[in-house]
Design a protein around this ligand. Sequence first.
Ligand SMILES: [Zn+2]
Length: 199
Amino acid sequence: MNRKAPKSVPRKRSVSSLTGITRCIYCGGRMNIWQRYSGRRRLACYNRSEGRECLQKSAYLDVYETQIEEYLMSFTIPEDYQQKILEAQQKLYSAYETEDIGKEQAMLEGALERLKELYKWGDKAKGEYLAERAETERRLRALAPITGARAKNLAKLAHFLKNVADAWQVANQEQRNALARSLFQEVWIGDREVIAVRP
Ligand SMILES: [Zn+2]
């Protein structure tokens, strides 16, 4: 086979919005993303680009991205379902974290009390008492941000659920890829058309 000089350069390392999740509707093979010298990316069937038989025509990536965006805009998660997801998440947290944090907090507070008693009764030297008190208080303070971070994560999740399409619009290629991967297992590609997505 006589190979022409490539018009496009494969950008294996740079992640595109649809990297790794697109499949060719004709041959079932993977789709490859190529970047033109102009910077505009194209999506093409890998098998066809290798000279194997396939009818898929390549098209600009942004053609498909626009279709995904339209899909996402029509893809709204009902409010009550969002609420359910948040509640489930909250339960998970309370099962795995709150209980442990609560126990550790109570344990540390108890230790602090006992420490004070020991010092009061003269069973502990001042230097030792102060060092142990500082360490226990430090560990107690370290527990507080965990509950704060948890609330923040829930807020983020709620925001994400409400604004998938908005997020897609402002995301760069890598962020779009992360978003697409979290939403779809596969995106099937026909001629200049997203044929099906498998959430
Ligand atoms: Zn193909």
